[in-house]
Ligand binder design. Structure first.
Ligand code: ZN
Length: 73
């Protein structure tokens, strides 16, 4: 009998980091407390952008990350 899996586990692919010298790769924001999230592809995002990324389906997000990372100077 299949378990009740109505709670969709948000894929926690983000590592919480504290780096006051780093900024968000998406919006350039530097959280004053240095709280950032590092994705599995080493995209560094602020809590706001992390939330936005989490709303994007996994597949599109991977494409988006690849796109963004390809454009990082
Ligand atoms: Zn951001």
């Amino acid at each position: 009998m299949p378990g009740n899996r109505n709670r969709v586990e948000v894929d926690a692919m983000y590592e919480k980091i504290t780096d006051s010298s780093a900024g968000c790769d998406l919006c350039g924001e530097k959280p004053c407390d240095g709280q950032l999230y590092l994705s599995e592809k080493h995209l560094c995002v602020c809590p706001d952008c992390k939330q936005k990324l989490e709303e994007i389906p996994q597949k599109s997000r991977a494409n988006l990350e690849n796109y963004l990372l390809g454009n990082v100077m």
